[in-house]
Design a protein around this ligand. Structure first.
Ligand code: B16
Ligand code: MG
Length: 213
């Protein structure tokens, strides 16, 4: 392992919950019931892809203009949540893990599909932990496409097989595998069964566990 690439939402902080609450509010207005089970499909995929899934669940169709304004409304609610976020919301053990990896010569990167990733990093004051940051504004295809992880590896001058990805989304695990990288899933085994290892939270990981994968 020469590099470790971390997803943001749902791995470092529980912004995945804020995405869910904001999408659920929008879905309700559209008359669509968005359950936690459905929400698994929304994790890791881009904003417009998420909206398309909700419309599909409700058997609804909207014009491109209407979709833009629906996605903008959802984002405004999400931004309200993240503006109120506190540093204490960073998952326990996350920053200690970044420091431990660095101390062992492992490069640390962030790869988030979110266009709000920089705002979250600033709010939590953790941007300086990452040698490379790829966010939703820098990619053309969102997870499960491997583009985001390959871009991070290129920025770190690391080859994919030397990289380990840490992800909470099914689409993210898929993307890591497509990129030719090893992957640790954060969440449920049933959901993330393609990952090389699944743990409940980032705090359970350390350099040794990742290096032995
Ligand atoms: P935004 P990640 C992803 O972030 C989220 O998992 C996903 O639910 C969200 O739709 C996507 O970012 C886009 O976010 O609307 O803020 O651009 O998990 O890749 O860090
Ligand atoms: Mg995520």
């Amino acid at each position: 392992m020469t590099a470790c690439i971390f997803d943001l939402d749902g791995v470092i902080v529980d912004t995945a919950r804020y995405h869910f609450l904001a999408w659920q509010k929008l879905a309700k207005e559209l008359g669509v019931e968005l359950t936690r089970h459905h929400n698994e499909r929304l994790k890791g995929v881009g904003r417009m892809e998420s909206l398309n899934i909700i419309l599909e669940l409700g058997g609804l169709q909207r014009s491109d203009g209407e979709k833009e304004s629906l996605a903008t409304r959802k984002n405004a609610w999400f931004v309200e949540f993240i503006e109120a976020m506190k540093k204490e919301e960073i998952f326990g053990g996350a920053t200690a893990l970044f420091s431990e990896l660095k101390a062992n010569g492992v490069k640390v990167a962030l790869a988030s599909s979110s266009k709000n990733a920089q705002t979250v990093l600033k709010k939590l004051e953790i941007g300086s932990y990452f040698e490379a940051i790829v966010d939703g504004t820098m990619i053309e295809r969102s997870k499960p496409d491997p583009e985001i992880f390959l871009k991070a590896a290129t920025m770190l001058h690391a080859s994919p097989k030397e990289c380990i990805v840490v992800e909470d989304a099914e689409a993210g695990v898929e993307a890591a595998i497509c990129a030719g990288m090893k992957c640790v899933g954060i969440g449920k085994k049933e959901q993330l069964n393609k990952a090389n290892l699944v743990v409940d939270q980032i705090g359970q990981l350390n350099y040794q566990i990742l290096n032995n994968l």
